[in-house]
Design a protein around this ligand. Sequence first.
Ligand code: HEC
Ligand code: HEC
Length: 280
Amino acid sequence: MYTKSIVRSGLVSLVLVLGASGVSVAMAAETVSAAKAPESISDAKTAGPVSGYDFLQKETQQMQDDDFLNPGMQWVESGKDMFNNLQGENGKTCASCHGKDGSKLDPKRIARYPVFNETLGKPVTLQGQVNTCWTKRLGHHQLPYDSEGPLKLEVFVHNLARGEKVNVQADGPMKPYYERGETIYRTRAGQLDMACSVCHDHNAGKKIRGNTLSQGQANGYPAYRLKHGSVAGLHSTFNECYRLFRASEMPPGNDDYTALEVYVTARGNGLAIETPGVRF
Ligand code: HEC
Ligand code: HEC
């Protein structure tokens, strides 16, 4: 069930049904006027990048802050276990090359992902790099992007950079991908004729059923999602958003989602990495 009603004059009024789980998010009751935006919205729009954390309810923030309460930390632990102990065809582990517990990985470099990969001639996401090492350096079979194994490893590796500032290149060889990502971000699609920017730029700060629409930043990802009871990857979350406005989804890991990740992460440059974030 959904209603579509977007008035071009800047009035947005819609009812959204959140995902397949049937949790409905009613934004319909409220009408957002672009001309006279509530203070919280204009704040969220002008304050520069703001983490999704700042839009969370207190209890969720507390859960993220406390490593004993944050359910995502279990994923970090099992990712660490895989990293140190899971042997590839050649008897090596991730730790054989990157040190026990990833001691030889540089958090500042991790904070730069997605990065331009000269060999591939295109950007590679952190999970993409993990998956490349998984297959090329350990000889494992490829696992689906955003599936449990790669996510555990990505959460572990990204957590090594927790507190570092997101620092993604948007110029040089990354520029065309950043621009492609921005185009996707601003292109209206789906039965509700929406774009990422409609919710996360123009309506950030708006209350929906006790939760608040954030800027759609990526610094908490992969994040523990309370409604799924598991960690979700960024590309799967893009799909969740596309489902919100009844647009077609794309396979996680594809080039368009990599470009979208380049744009979404770079627009959050300077935010502290929170992985694993806790989100509803
Ligand atoms: C045989 C050695 C080897 C093994 C085993 C290995 N890697 Fe790598 N890894 C590399 C090399 C070399 C690079 C540099 C980029 C490249 O050439 O792919 C790299 C790059 C990386 C990076 C990016 C680091 C940076 O500073 O940009 C991450 C993250 C990473 N590997 C994670 C893993 C994980 C997770 C595993 C286990 C699934 C793993 N690697 C297994 C050799 C290895
Ligand atoms: C109809 C409104 C809507 C649209 C359009 C939309 N999203 Fe979202 N998005 C949400 C809601 C609701 C959430 C969960 C609450 C929040 O963080 O805003 C969310 C969360 C996110 C998050 C996680 C933020 C965090 O800190 O946990 C990201 C990233 C994101 N969206 C990206 C996108 C991208 C990219 C697009 C375009 C493909 C998009 N969204 C389109 C409503 C939308």
